[in-house]
Ligand binder design. Sequence first.
Ligand code: FMN
Length: 288
Amino acid sequence: MSGVATSKLAVAVTLSGATNQGLDVLPVGVGIIVIGSTPQRWLPIFAKFKPAVVWLSFGNTQQMKAWTEGIRETTSFSKVWIQVGSVSAALKAAQSCQPDALVMQGSDAGGHGHAKGASVVALVPEVADALKDHGLSHIPILAAGGIMDGRGVAAAITLGAEGAVLGTRFIGAEEADMDSDVRDEVFAASDGAESTVRSRVFDDIWGANPWPQLYDGRCLRGAFYDSQEKGMDMDSIRTQFYHDSRRSQTEEVSMRDIACIWAGAGVGLVRKLEPAADIVKKLPEEAD
Ligand SMILES: Cc1cc2nc3c(=O)[nH]c(=O)nc-3n(C[C@H](O)[C@H](O)[C@H](O)COP(=O)(O)O)c2cc1C
């Protein structure tokens, strides 16, 4: 998953040309999966390119603090957003790091997240109240998880968020660099309650799982999950994966059975390929 952070940075580099001379900030964000990287590796790159936002996720309070302090010392241009998935994690991050925004990720979200989670409907208002009680209500909340269009944005604002994060919806963006077979599985999926599932099997499948027990991830449901649910042990699931992958070279095999297709519970609302700008532009109109 650190590859995702790298590819976001690659976008920044492409847009900037050589460096970011002459601009206050580069108008892109960079995502960092904190458990997979170190500030020492990235801070010189941020100092050079000045991304508008550095988005930190999946790390403990000490790690988040070290990253936040490092970013503020080296590139004061960049805003620091921290994504967490519980009220207690939000308070710890707010108190220790004073981020420029807290991204509250609910359990409907696609990709990795807190294994024991609540939806944004419960999470966001409680975090808003907790921040207020602790004199931290100046830190804006962005809601993430299951928000697919303007209806979700309007709901997020009503719950106390100042903005919304959409991840799964952008799998349908033309700019998303994605295998067409994988994207077709996302377009074909409906009813995220049935077609997606949270599990650690999507990381266990590759060998020793580096993700702390706090986290699992939401993916399209496929053979890895179904086999584990039937009681198959991990070695046998990996063997089955190996054979299915080989079989896919000569036969039709569902991508859901041989790949982890990270997608959230709102997947049924990703229906077509469209420019990312169109998705973004429609959101405020729909929310109004
Ligand atoms: C394909 C995919 C990849 C993701 N990769 C990351 C990531 O690298 N870092 C991160 O913090 N969150 C990642 N997320 C989670 C998003 O940041 C966000 O919390 C989530 O997508 C919001 O929920 P939604 O998918 O229902 O819109 C990913 C989500 C998806 C769908």
